[in-house]
Design a binder for this molecule. Structure first.
Ligand SMILES: [Zn+2]
Length: 68
């Protein structure tokens, strides 16, 4: 299962992006929070929302969890 991270810094629209390990848009280490080793990005976004109400899947690595 992949490792997922959430960006501690919000995007311009307020979203905290959730990334899968290996994504080229992964934030720097100090700007990301480890969410866990999870079966899919839906679980990762749910976990991220415990920390940041406005969390969203990364368009590039977790497109099926990306909402606009
Ligand atoms: Zn990503």
């Amino acid at each position: 299962m992949p490792e997922y991270y959430v960006n501690k810094e919000a995007q311009a629209n307020g979203d905290h992006e959730v990334h899968k390990a290996g994504c080229s848009y992964m934030p720097e280490k100090r700007n990301r929070k480890f969410l866990g080793t999870l079966p899919n990005c839906f679980d990762a976004v749910r976990e991220a929302k415990k920390h940041y109400r406005q969390s969203n899947g990364c368009y590039y690595c977790s497109r099926e969890c990306h909402t606009t």
